[in-house]
Design a protein around this ligand. Structure first.
Ligand SMILES: Cc1ncc(COP(=O)(O)O)c(C=O)c1O
Length: 455
């Protein structure tokens, strides 16, 4: 497809890709034609290592054969089914997911997107507690549906929305590299949380319902709370009769090097959200809770549903993705990838000041670029240059950050990526960072390969 044709279609037929819109500039980017494993191909036949795992939902690699086989089996029997009847794939998925959950988490309900499941999680907490207020971290992201999830996605300015949901407000995120209270861990004694809760208590006008957090904040710049933070949050919730919701949409199912991100802290939430690569590339999500919380919420009228939520094809893909994560021990693989990437960039950071911080867990990693390590001034333009260099050299990444900062390179390579491809990605990124500080090593343009199915 020619660039002029792409632009013509965007200009005439597509909402919201021009000017200053959120998705602006798509016409200048490659048009994806197909993918396999950790590689995507554009319509020009150029290959890219996908260190974004698509939109973080291809963490098993693109078109994993086990997922494709499950889809084929479903296609030969039944793709879609009414939600008012049970189906075998749905039952098997509840059973398998339930066995993998950390007790007392046990029961699940399926929806389609991460946003759906977050909405259901908030509703579940409100029904179970009878409370209303829900707090989220000020750099957190929980979805894009109106009303509740985008109102809790403080990392996108809430001023973008016409209306925001009542009883949703922010507390400080534990972003230690840029502490909102200008303190240092552990001397701070996690003051960001105690100060936030004191303020929240003053603002509540009714009993509160829940706090929702990502155990590793992804869109907010790949921020991991410091040791003890999640336990302190658990205690703060218990003291107030609030439920703790972990949104493991991004961090769950092996990506952080454990099956669930909360296992690193030992803190078990009351409610958990699972999405992204849960469907191995197809859209299915789950809200999970203990039997006690689920039953209390249902007794008080909780329900959530979508027409496609229990489609056999989605449930079959979900079941297959859980099998791949467990049988191929992808959490261990993610932990090995983390060490490989962190070692490489820790070494580069000794040489290059631009690298301010390297953080994250497993295959959910962030490199924060700064122009000065003392002031930690965000290196926005350098980060953009790194991204462009990588794209030209055949590596896809995403830029993240908070407020005016777009200076965190987010790396989410599929957990199935080979060591060779991880090293190739590291080498491209290393060259990009060197180029951004004016010490470029030559880099070859991405190999032009003509894939069979490219359109
Ligand atoms: C942590 C988290 N929760 C929820 C969502 C929303 O998921 P979806 O886009 O599938 O609705 C996202 C999306 O990126 C996310 O990162």
């Amino acid at each position: 497809m020619r660039q002029s044709e792409v632009k013509g279609i965007l200009d005439r037929w597509v909402i919201g890709t021009s000017g200053r819109s959120y998705m602006a500039g798509l016409e200048n980017r490659p048009v994806i034609a197909r993918a396999e494993g950790s590689t995507v191909y554009d319509t020009e036949g150029r290959a890219y290592l996908d260190f974004g795992s698509g939109q973080m939902a291809a963490a098993l690699g693109h078109n994993h054969p086990h997922i494709l086989a499950a889809m084929e089996r479903s296609a030969a029997t039944i793709l879609h089914s009414t939600k008012t009847f049970l189906n075998v794939d749905r039952l098997r998925l509840h059973e398998k997911l339930g066995e993998l959950l950390t007790p007392p988490l046990q029961k699940s309900l399926f929806l389609v997107s991460g946003s759906d499941a977050v909405e259901a999680a908030v509703d579940l907490a409100r029904r179970a507690t009878g409370g209303s207020d829900v707090l989220g971290l000020h750099t957190g992201l929980h979805g894009s549906t109106s009303f509740v999830t985008r109102s809790l996605s403080f990392v996108w300015s809430r001023r973008h929305h016409v209306l925001n949901a009542p009883a949703t407000s922010a507390i400080f995120a534990p972003y230690c590299y840029r502490c909102p209270l200008a303190m240092t861990f552990p001397v701070c004694e996690i003051r960001c949380l105690t100060a936030s809760m004191e303020l929240a208590d003053a603002n509540f006008t009714a009993p509160p319902a829940a706090v929702i957090v990502e155990p590793v904040l992804s869109a907010g710049g790949v921020v991991e709370p410091p040791p003890g933070y999640l336990q302190a949050l658990r205690d703060a919730c218990d003291q107030r009769g609030m439920l703790l919701i972990f949104d493991e949409s991004q961090a769950g199912l092996g990506k952080t090097g454990r099956m669930w991100a909360h296992q690193h802290s030992g803190v078990v939430p009351d409610i958990m959200v699972v999405s992204k690569h849960f469907g191995g590339g197809l859209p299915i999500s789950a809200v999970c809770a203990s039997a006690e919380v689920a039953e209390r919420a249902v007794a008080n009228g909780f329900f959530a549903t979508r027409s496609h939520a229990a489609d056999p094809v989605l449930c079959a893909a979900g079941l297959a993705s859980l099998e791949v994560v467990v049988e191929d021990d992808l959490p261990a693989r993610a932990a090995r990838i983390e060490r490989r990437i962190k070692d490489a960039f820790a070494a580069l950071a000794r040489e290059i000041e631009l690298i301010g911080d390297v953080r994250g867990r497993g295959v959910l990693l962030g490199i924060e670029l700064v122009t000065d390590r003392e002031t930690r001034a965000p290196a926005n333009s350098e980060a953009k240059a790194v991204l462009e260099f990588c794209e030209n050299a055949g590596l896809l990444l995403q830029l993240r950050g908070t407020g005016d900062r777009r200076n965190v390179l987010r790396l989410v390579p599929p957990m199935t990526t080979s060591d060779e491809d991880i090293d190739r990605g590291i080498s491209i990124l290393e060259n990009a960072i060197r180029a951004a500080v004016g010490a470029a090593k030559p880099v070859k343009r991405a190999a032009k390969r003509r894939p069979a199915q490219a359109k």
